[in-house]
Structure formats: C-alpha cells, structure tokens
Write a protein of this length. Structure first.
Lengths: 355, 483
C-alpha cells in the first residue's frame, strides 16, 4: 500500500478548464473521500490518478514514485492502481470468477481458492463464482468489482461513485461490506462521491472539490464542525445561517446571544448553527418565539420548519417524540456554540478564498 | 463515378441521343408504374398485417408473425420462377406487380411491427384521457409514429424494385435494370448500358432524397425510463374470420405457392437426371465464395463501426452514410462499373474472384456495418480502462476483452453477408469467372432454358440456406432490416 500525492494538477477538456491546480495528499492506508457536486472535476481527477488521461500540468506521485508529470507518463497498466467504476463495469462475457481473476498472473487465474478468498473478503458467497454478472444484484456487482480491483494487490484503490446506482436499502449494506473489505486488505482508497453522508460516514478524511479546486481537506468531524466557508458548510450538511453582530466575543442574533466556537473580530458577521443544535420549548418559556410552518417526519427524527415574526425561516432537527404541529407557536433555544464567518467590509476588496 | 466518367466520354449530345428516345421513355414508364404500384401495395399489406399481428386479439399471432416474415427466405427470382412455371401467362404488368409485391411486402411489415412494439401504450391512454376517439387516436397518435417505419420500409421496397433483375427478366417485364443487362449482353459495355445506368442511378438518388425530406429531422424516441407496458389487444369480434382469411390468403400466395411449385418441380425433375455431383460442387463453390466474402466484408466493417461509435463526428457520420449508399445502388450498376474498371485498369483481374468479392463487399457492407456498430456500442471504452488498471497490455486487452465483446456482432454481420451472397444473382452473372457457377447462376441458366425441373434443386438449397437468417429476423424485429 502506498500514499498518493497530487501537486498542482490542472486539466482542461476542449478549452474548458476542469481542474485548476489541485493539491491533495492521501496518507498510506487511509480512506479519503473526494466530495463535490456534479461537474466539479472529481471524476476527472480520478482518471488522471488512474492513468486513463494525462494532466496538462502538475504531478501525481504514488508511493513516492512520480507516475505523471512533466515528461513522465506511466501507463495505466503499470501503475498498480485498482479501479472500481460506477455500476461496477464487470466484463459481461466473463463469469464472476473470470472477472475477479482477470488481473492475476496467468498461472493463478484457475486457482478457485484464490477467487473464493477474494469473494469472501468482500462478503460474498463463493458459490457465486460461476454466475454471470447480469445474474447479480447491483450491490453484488459492486462487491465483485472491488474484489477484482483488489486481486492483484494494488498500491491504491480508486472508487468512482460506486454506490450511486444502488437502492437506498442496498446502499448501506454495500457501503459497510466495501469499507470492511478495504480495512481488511489494508488498502489506501480514494472514493469519489457527491453524497455528503457517504463521505462523512465512510472516510478518514474528506477532500471537498469545488469549481476545479480543492477547497478543504479535513477529517469528517472537523469538516462538519469547522467548514472553511458557508458554501462548504451548507454542502456538507443542513445549516441554519443567521445574520449577527459580534460584540466582545458573542454574537447577537435573532435567536438571542450566542456563544462562538472561535474568536472573531467585532462587527457584522454570519453565524452557522446546525439544526440539531436547536431545541423547542413551550410558548410560555424563555427565548425568541417562532411559528411552526410544517413538520417533515422521518421516523427516527423529524425536521421542524420554523419562521420568526421577522420573516427569517430555518429548520430544527428533533427527536421523533413530542413534536409540535403546524401552526403552533414555540420558543427556540440553542445548544452549544455557533461558528462565525465575518462579513467582508464593503469598503475593502472582497477576499478571494484560496486553498 | 464510372457512370459519370463513361457519360463524359460520350459527350452531352451523345448522352442526349442515348437518353432521350422512345425506348427510354417506355422503360421509365414501366419502371415507374411498377415501383409505384409495388410500394403502395406493400405499404397497405405491410401496415395491415402488422396491425393485425401486433395490436389485435387474433389467434396464433406468433405463428402468423413467422409466416409473414418467411417469404424473405425465397429470393425474388425464385418466387418469380415458381409463379411463371405454373402460370406462363403472368408475363404482364399485373404479374410483375403480384410477384414483386409478394416478395417485398415483409420489408414494410418488419419495421412497422417493430414500430408498433415500440409505441408506448401510455401515449394512447393519455390521448384517450384527453377525450380522443379510437379513430382519432390512430390518426393523431399512432400514425405519426409509424411514419418513419413505413417510409423506411417503402424506400427499401422501391430500391429493391429498381434493382430487381432476375424476377423481372424471368417475367419478361422490361425495366431499366433488365434493359441494362440486355444492352450489356448485346453490345458489351457500350455507352448505351452506361447511359441507362445513369438514369437508374438518378432515380435511386431521387428516392433517397425524397425519403430524407419526408422523414424530417424529428426522431420519435420514447421519453422516460423503464420498459414500455405492453398494450391491450383490440378484440376483432365478427371481423376475426375475414381477417384470418386475409392473412391466410397472403401467406398462401407469398409462401405456399412458391414452396408448392418448388416441390412440384422437384418431384417432376427427379425423373429427369438430377446431377448430384454438379449440385454438390455448385453448393460448395457458393458456400466458399460466401464465406470469404463474409470474412472480407466484416473485416471492412470493423473500422467504420468503430469510428461511428467511438469518434462521433462529421467525418465518421459521412463515412458511415457513404457505405449505405452502396446498398442503394443497384447491383447491376456496381457490376457494370467493376467490369469496365477491371477491363481498363487491371485487365488481368477481369472476371476473377477478387473483383466478384469486391462487388459483394460494396453491395453488402451495410449489412455488416449495422451489427458491428451495435457491437461496439456494447463494448464501451470503460472496459478497456478497467482492464488496463488491472495490468493488461494493449494486445492482451484486444484478445481478452474487445474481441470477445465484439464476437456476437461480428458473427451476426458475417452471417447476414454470407446469406446475401448465397442468393446474389445479378452481380454474379456479370462478374463470375468463366466456369464458376453458384447456386443462383446455375438456377438461372437452367430456368432461362425453361428446364424448370433441373432448376428446382438449386432453388431448394438456396431457400434452405436462407431460412435461418429469416428466423433471426422474425425474432428480432426491433433491429429491423437495413438493406
């Protein structure tokens, strides 16, 4: 297993820049998620790392060896990087065993024990070995694709939105099986996804890509609690964003005076709360009043949509018991601290975020 | 190209003298009324039969479907032979119309069946929900969607009628194609044949352009995901017996008559000496030629099919379209062009197997391109990438991934070319080396000499060899016919 280092990589497709200088380091044995909306360049970055395309500028190093860079372009087949495409991409003319053994040296391809142990690694029954790919469920196909990628003991495994085509129920189970297999194999893995829940729950570190740039690289908790800017904040989870006035280290907002997560200069700012930080009380209680616009009930919890008399609308995330009804008046309390983002001064040039 | 060059050699006054004369006017009238009549009849029979089979609660719909496609297994010139040998009085316009229509109506039937299957019944339900009557639904919803299929099938019928040689020659019904052949036999590559070929080419071009104009740029693709629900068949009630009778009549005329006639002549012919060694040798020659032509043509289809899928663009589309042109040019014109080119440029190649194979390749390339193209669509570059990431080299990927994925498409393309060559008559007559007889030419020389009994065995072998392809076509109506 090896680390992956991407430095200053740019790539354009037909004149349209897709990646504009991406730096990324994936430590050996870690599981990194590349998170971004569609069209942010994450699949392009994956293809450059795998060697299916060459970057216009910048270098890609795997385990300290430069595989792409000025004057260097190691062929995909010599990079020892496993690739799991969307929807599996199993060879339709080969059986499951034929697929799993595809990348093994010729002598080992007929070794049924080897195939069986690889299938077991991804949590599949060895009896599936003689099936055709089209006889498998979507989740099984993904697992076979992972077994195929792991078979030649690659230095790095790339997964390109492997769960996006699966049903919700199957997705959870397949994610777990894939995560377990990657841990068991001790593989360094990079997962491309546009699903923030998937990135936060599976990865050791999450790289947020936006507009062809890496915006933030952090572990899931840090990313959720201390996003670099409000765009990242709203992308990685539901948010309550309020205008506030910061005075002496506290934010004065429509939801009252809030403690701050980190120091912030005095003056106008926007503050971030997560919906699960809000608590509702009876209308007779203390705190600002709000009216319930509606309740989205999910079973294990619920989203309560609220509006303040001033017209500011936001949501609270509550446990599924003792929920108010639409039209009720409630008071709103805040747990924990808010994260401040100072407003750029109007008389100053706007600060352009850089990575 | 050859035709234009030949005409340029004659000069404009010469061309006018060759083209503007009563004989050409008569041929034009003959060709036009036969083409028009056949297209009309085929459209009516094809759409009617397709509607009965696909949309009504007629008993035995699957059997009817196979029986309605089966006439394709009988080459038109064999069908013509079957009729004229029974009814010598058929050498009239009516006879030609009857025989050609019975041979070609499946060309309309098949695409229309495919179109009916592709129609989303949800559209009909929606139209009914909007308050349209049954007749209005057919006129305003179904017919517009069938238009492309009917037009495509009619074009196919028209091009085949223009190019038809054997069937019409046997019925002694002169059209441009038969006149070109006679002219060529009489004067051997005179400018007369070339001038007639020019007019014929022009007619084909007019047809192609007309179809393009009529079809328009709009495609009718079902929107939305998921499989279309099968429609509810229409109950025929009291109309069921007449409908069955009509279908039965059509099948009797198009299938029972030719097969019965063949059986009759087989029985009668066995009294005269049937030369088994000759039959075996001819079959062997035909199969050999067909196998080589299939291999060559499929190999030629590979780059075109790959370009059309992997490198979509103007040049690729143009290249793909130009291969289709070959199938719209009558075999007699291509054969004529190859005769004179080989005579002028490479006399040592004249009347050799390579020239014959070249003619087959030009004529039947589209039949191979379509399945090969579909095969490339089944083998996206993703598989190549995955194999590369698993350490497989380019040669290894070709052997272990690309070729196995393409194999079914290549096989289907080769089979279609193979079967087309087995029943090819016109180009083979003009280009086959002296002493080389195929099933079609052996059949032709026997039946031209009115030795109907001696001709029958060759026809039977051709029909038997064509049957598998016909079964394939009836099963996969969606893929449809391309030439």
């Amino acid at each position: 297993m090896s680390s992956l280092t991407v430095t200053g990589v740019t790539k354009a497709h037909g004149g349209t820049p897709v990646l504009t200088g991406v730096d990324l380091h994936v430590p050996e044995g870690s599981f990194t998620a590349l998170l971004g909306p569609s069209g942010c360049g994450k699949t392009t970055l994956l293809r450059l790392v795998a060697g299916f395309d060459d970057p216009d500028a910048g270098t890609v190093e795997v385990g300290g060896r430069t595989v792409a860079g000025p004057g260097v372009s190691v062929a995909a087949r010599r990079r020892r990087i496993g690739f799991v495409p969307q929807e599996g991409g199993l060879f339709p003319h080969l059986s499951v065993a034929g697929n799993v053994a595809f990348g093994l040296p010729r002598r080992q391809r007929r070794d049924a024990g080897r195939v069986a142990s690889l299938l077991e690694l991804v949590g599949l029954d060895a009896a599936l070995a003689e099936r055709s790919p089209h006889q498998l469920s979507g989740g099984q196909q993904q697992r076979v694709a992972l077994a195929r990628a792991l078979a030649p003991a690659p230095s790095l495994v790339l997964l390109d939105e492997p769960f996006s085509s699966l049903d919700a129920s199957l997705r959870e189970e397949t994610r777990q099986a894939v995560a377990d297999a990657l841990t068991a194999a001790g593989a360094t893995a990079v997962l491309v996804t546009h699903d923030q829940a998937e990135a936060l729950s599976m990865a050791d570190q999450v790289a947020v890509l936006r507009g062809g740039r890496l915006v933030q690289l952090a572990d899931p908790r840090t990313l959720y609690r201390s996003p670099r800017d409000l765009d990242v904040a709203t992308f990685v989870g539901e948010s309550v964003v309020l205008d506030a006035d910061v005075r002496a280290g506290r934010a004065h907002s429509v939801l009252g005076v809030l403690e701050l997560e980190q120091a912030c200069q005095d003056g106008p700012a926007r503050v971030l709360l997560r919906p699960e930080q809000l608590r509702l009380g009876p209308v007779s209680g203390a705190g600002p009043r709000a009216r319930v616009r509606g309740v989205d009930f999910f079973g294990h919890d619920a989203r309560v949509r609220l509006v303040l008399p001033s017209g500011v609308a936001f949501s609270a995330r509550l446990e599924g018991r003792d929920l108010p009804a639409a039209g009720d008046d409630v008071t709103v309390g805040v747990l924990g601290a808010a994260l401040p983002f100072p407003e750029p001064r109007l008389d100053e040039a706007p600060v352009i975020a850089s990575s | 190209m050859h035709v234009v060059a030949g005409l340029a050699g004659v000069g404009w006054p010469g061309v006018r003298e060759l083209v503007v004369r009563p004989r050409v006017a008569e041929l034009l009238w003959n060709t036009a009324r036969l083409t028009g009549g056949t297209v009309l009849l085929c459209a009516v029979l094809g759409v009617g039969a397709a509607w009965l089979v696909e949309r009504t609660a007629l008993p035995g719909r699957r059997v009817w479907h196979v029986l309605l496609v089966a006439p394709l297994a009988v080459p038109a010139f064999v069908n013509s032979y079957a009729w004229i040998s029974l009814l010598p009085g058929l050498d009239t316009y009516g006879g030609a119309l009857l025989v050609v229509t019975l041979s070609y109506f499946p060309f309309v039937y098949l695409p229309v069946v495919a179109a009916f299957r592709g129609l989303d019944p949800a559209l009909e339900d929606t139209a009914r929900g909007l308050g349209l009557s049954g007749a209005a639904v057919f006129r305003r919803v179904q017919l517009p969607q069938l238009r492309v299929a009917v037009l495509g099938g009619s074009l196919l019928v028209a091009l085949h009628v223009l190019a038809e040689f054997g069937a019409l020659q046997m019925l002694r019904y002169p059209t441009f194609t038969t006149a070109i052949y006679d002219q060529y036999r009489a004067t051997f590559n005179g400018p007369g044949a070339t001038a007639l070929a020019g007019v014929l080419l022009l007619l084909c071009l007019v047809l192609l352009l007309a179809e393009l104009r009529l079809r328009g740029a709009r495609g009718y693709v079902r929107t939305g995901a998921g499989v279309a629900r099968a429609g509810r068949p229409v109950g025929l009630g009291a109309w069921a017996p007449p409908a069955l009778l009509a279908l039965g009549g059509l099948v009797a005329l198009s299938l029972a008559v030719p097969l019965g006639s063949l059986a009759l002549w087989m029985a009668r012919g066995s009294s005269t000496a049937l030369s088994v060694p000759a039959l075996v040798q001819t079959t062997g020659t035909t199969l050999g030629l067909a196998a080589v032509a299939a291999a060559v043509t499929t190999a030629m289809a590979l780059p075109t099919g790959r370009l059309a899928v992997r490198a979509r663009g103007r040049v690729a589309t143009l290249l793909e379209r130009s291969t289709y042109l070959g199938s719209s040019v009558p075999a007699i014109v291509i054969a004529l062009a190859l005769v004179s080119v080989s005579l002028e440029v490479t006399p040592w190649l004249y009347q050799t197997v390579p020239v014959l194979l070249a003619a087959y390749a030009v004529l039947f390339l589209p039949r191979a391109v379509v399945p090969v193209r579909a095969a490339f669509e089944q083998a996206p570059p993703l598989y190549d990438d995955v194999a590369a990431s698993l350490g497989s080299s380019a040669a290894d990927r070709l052997r272990r991934v690309t070729l196995p994925l393409l194999a079914p498409g290549l096989g289907a393309g080769a089979a279609l070319v193979f079967l087309a060559v087995v029943t090819e008559l016109t180009a083979t007559l003009l280009l086959a080396p002296t002493g080389t007889t195929t099933l079609a030419t052996a059949f032709w020389s026997a039946s031209s000499a009115l030795e109907y009994g001696a001709a029958a065995p060759y026809a039977v072998v051709m029909v038997l060899l064509s049957a598998p392809a016909t079964v394939l076509l009836s099963r996969d109506a969606r893929r449809g016919l391309t030439t």
